[in-house]
Write a protein that binds this ligand. Structure first.
Ligand code: PMP
Length: 476
């Protein structure tokens, strides 16, 4: 048997027996015949995409009316039906996707946009070449415009497409900050950063003799603003910070951090990887210098993301990679570069994925980020309250301002064991260090279990998570 969550493996972790799992499956999914795929000998069937309508027949969640049934004007069940991947079982269990901070699932409109591109528009993007090139160029540039509007950027020219947040941060570190650094200069970070917003700065600091200064957090996981301000001095050359901590869910008061940095004449980079899908952003109102996000965290494909930069700063920055697209003229003696953003887009970009990003931003905008935030916040508060009732469970990250992330540890259970147990129930969560080791070590931890929420999650799924954790702590 290759499916049904590899029950044989589960036994080796001391987890429930097959018979116990069948019993549980019968309890949570009464309409299902457990392990029908095994009985029919067609294991892969459980992974085959199902018609959207099947979801309602099969799911224990959707068939119950949700206690909080709408995100803005959209009914939660209809939202879930937009995401075909949610409509599947892992073995006997309905998939519950609580790994949204790692990546989000894709709505049908994004999947369709990719198919449409490859069916009707596929070409490299040199407009003058032929009709398909013009279509592909339009698709790519329209996505840039949508991204600019979504971020409140003054123009499409202030958006460079990158692979994701990581590449955007590396680009700013190498092309804008490093040329300005000399020995003894300082870059201000915070303890909450994802490794993607630590390592690029560390590399350029090592290369130049500059130093990293790191802002601390209080016991709730919030930046201590008075301490933050104290890190700035005449040697400070740049400040980079996350908007939302991927390990704790803290919403950092970025307006305050930008204005403290600006009061010292220091430019900033906002890592919006974890906020872009939850909190409306307006780079102009924020007076943001640079901001990055990854498409895959906001229901768009992997391999595409955006760097926003103030026009004059993008012009001031050095080129990042050399190659096609970023040049205006090349001889063996010298190259004249394109203006931003083309200057930063060497080689063939992820054209279809950019179009997919545009479709994802349209989708999110059609529901409304304010509505999304409100619904997710209600889920988060409910989840936090209920999780605290699980024996031995400690929530990590309890700031007043939080979004989407419920990090915890349970006394006597390794994070890996909790993650595997939840997986045996069809619940996908992340367990480990979440690429934010300093943030967790600040709380004396090497890792945590991290359910993370999106607006297609439901209160019933939270209940199922809590029941599963209760069962784990009761049974073992
Ligand atoms: N910053 C934060 C806060 C993140 O959560 C992540 C992804 N987990 C990144 C940066 C890096 O994003 P990507 O891997 O898409 O480049």
């Amino acid at each position: 048997m290759t499916t049904a969550n590899s029950l044989y493996d589960l036994a080796s972790y001391g987890l429930p027996s097959e018979a116990e799992l069948e019993k549980l499956a019968a309890r949570y999914f009464p309409e299902l015949t457990p392990f029908e795929s095994e009985a029919s000998g067609a294991d892969l069937k459980t992974y085959a995409p199902k018609a959207l309508g099947d979801y309602e027949k099969e799911s224990a969640y959707v068939s119950k009316p949700s206690r909080y049934g709408a995100v803005g004007a959209r009914n939660i069940d209809s939202i879930r039906a937009d995401f075909p991947i949610l409509n599947q079982r892992l073995g006997a269990n309905q998939l519950v996707w609580f790994d949204n901070a790692a990546t989000t699932q894709k709505p049908q409109s994004v999947i369709d946009r990719l198919s449409y591109f490859y069916a009707y528009e596929n070409s490299n993007i040199h407009r003058a070449a032929h009709d398909l090139a013009a279509r592909a160029t339009d698709a790519y540039e329209e996505a840039r415009l949508k991204t600019a509007r979504f971020l409140g950027a003054p123009s499409a020219e202030s958006i460079a497409f990158v692979r994701g947040s990581t590449e955007g941060i590396n680009l700013v570190a190498r092309s804008f900050v490093k040329p300005k650094l000399k020995e003894g200069d300082e870059i201000v970070l915070t303890v909450l950063e994802h490794h993607a917003n630590i390592v690029p700065w560390q590399i350029i600091a090592q290369e130049t003799g500059a130093l990293l200064r790191v802002a601390p957090v209080d016991e709730s996981g919030q930046i201590i603003l008075s301490q933050y301000a104290k890190l700035f001095n005449s040697r400070t050359k740049f400040a980079a910070f996350t908007h939302v901590s991927n390990a704790l869910g803290t919403i950092v008061p970025i307006e305050a951090l930008v204005s403290i940095a600006h009061s010292y004449g220091v430019k900033t980079l906002i890592d919006a990887a974890q906020s872009v899908s939850h909190i409306p952003l307006n780079v102009a109102a924020l007076d943001a210098d640079f901001l990055v996000f990854s498409g895959h965290k906001i229901y768009a494909p992997t391999g595409i993301g955006a760097l926003y930069g103030k026009r004059e700063l993008l012009e001031e920055a050095d080129v990042y990679q050399g190659g096609g697209n970023m040049i205006a003229d090349v001889t063996f003696e010298r190259t004249i570069y394109q203006k931003p953003p083309a200057k930063f887009e060497a080689g063939t970009g992820s054209i279809a994925d950019a179009a997919g990003l545009g479709a994802a931003l349209d989708y999110v905008s059609s529901i409304g980020l304010e509505n999304i935030f409100a619904y997710e916040h209600a889920l988060l508060e409910y989840g936090a309250r209920e999780l605290k009732t699980v024996r031995g469970l400690r929530l990590i990250g309890t700031a007043d301002h939080k979004t989407s992330i419920l990090s915890f540890v349970i006394d006597g259970f390794s994070n890996e064991r909790v993650g595997k147990f939840l997986n045996s129930k069809g619940i996908a969560v992340r367990s480990g260090h979440h690429c934010a080791q300093p943030a967790l070590r600040n709380f004396g931890l090497e890792g945590s279990v991290r359910p993370s929420i999106a607006f297609y999650n439901t209160f019933e799924e939270i209940d199922y998570l809590i029941e599963s954790l209760r069962e784990l702590t009761r049974t073992f």
